[in-house]
Design a protein around this ligand. Structure first.
Ligand SMILES: Nc1ncnc2c1ncn2[C@@H]1O[C@H](COP(=O)(O)OP(=O)(O)OP(=O)(O)O)[C@@H](O)[C@H]1O
Ligand SMILES: [Mg+2]
Length: 257
């Protein structure tokens, strides 16, 4: 069966570690050009779900996916999909900024250079364009050749995002991208996510309910190893359907980290 190029979908997926199910019966079709936030208490499977979309857990012993995971028109686990190709379509941002021990410039062009070594002449423009898109250019334009390790945490996270964007992924997966940032940096990333969703599909795992209310279009709430509740963010917050969701929203998991 062929799906549309824009399709991003789980069909009856089960994910296990060493035979123990973490997520079962996952069926969900993600909205395009929208922010979908994944909520759920610690250990509910948010990171596992995100990583399964770009096959980042393949090397973990005992990790197994059953069912169908469709990304950009292809089932990614059982059709001999080219993982290198897949990673060009999907960018991943982690909780702690992932920075290489080299300059700001080398960091931002790293992925682009890897995928397009022959387009060397374009590297400087690519660096500028994506640092601008990640709202970092003005802060680093005079220190492009300086070590990226010297940037602040918030700047490092925007640099990670700029590097991911430079590969022009259609989909961005973010795992608690502002959890380790101060409020000012967190706001900067939040505004960035808002501006990115016009052109990209963003899926973000988070514990930050206040932030989710501001930026989410759709919500997936994970509970008891499955998608417990799903829907438009406004509906979800105004009229949660299930008791467990209400308890979660009122409870201690609504930290603003
Ligand atoms: N490499 C692994 N091997 C075995 N079990 C794992 C592995 N990674 C995660 N798990 C288990 O899978 C479950 C889901 O973990 P996951 O990290 O996806 O949760 P999470 O919702 O992202 O939690 P948090 O909010 O704390 O980040 C947990 O029970 C965890 O112990
Ligand atoms: Mg996690």
């Amino acid at each position: 069966m062929k799906k549309s190029e824009e399709n991003l979908e789980f069909i009856n997926v089960e994910i296990t570690y060493n035979g123990k199910p973490v997520l079962t019966g996952l069926s969900y079709n993600f909205s395009k050009s929208a922010v979908t936030c994944i909520l759920g208490s610690s250990g509910s499977g948010k990171t596992t779900l995100l990583r399964s979309l770009s096959r980042l857990n393949d090397r973990i012993r005992g990790f197994k996916v059953r069912g169908e995971v469709w990304v950009a028109g292809e089932e990614i686990y059982y059709n001999g999909v080219d993982v290198y190709h897949l990673r060009r379509k999907i960018g991943m941002i982690f909780q702690s900024p992932c920075i290489f021990p080299t300059s700001v410039y080398e960091n931002v062009i790293f992925g682009f250079k890897y995928h397009h070594p022959e387009r060397k002449k374009e590297f400087p423009q690519i660096a500028e364009r994506y640092l601008k898109e990640a709202y970092l250019w003005d802060e680093v334009k005079d220190r492009l050749q300086k070590p990226a390790q010297n940037l602040s945490q918030g700047q490092k996270q925007r640099l990670s995002i700029a590097r991911a964007l430079a590969v022009e992924p259609e989909i961005l997966l973010m795992d608690e991208p502002t959890a380790s940032l101060d409020p000012v940096s967190s706001d900067a990333i939040e505004n960035l996510i808002f501006s990115l969703k016009e052109k990209r599909t963003i899926i973000m795992a988070t514990h930050n309910i206040a932030q989710t209310r501001r930026i989410a279009d759709d919500i997936l709430f994970l509970y008891d190893g499955t998608i417990w509740e799903q829907g438009k963010a406004t509906e979800f917050f105004e009229r949660p359907q299930k008791e467990e969701t209400r308890i979660f929203l009122e409870g201690g998991s609504s930290s603003s980290s």
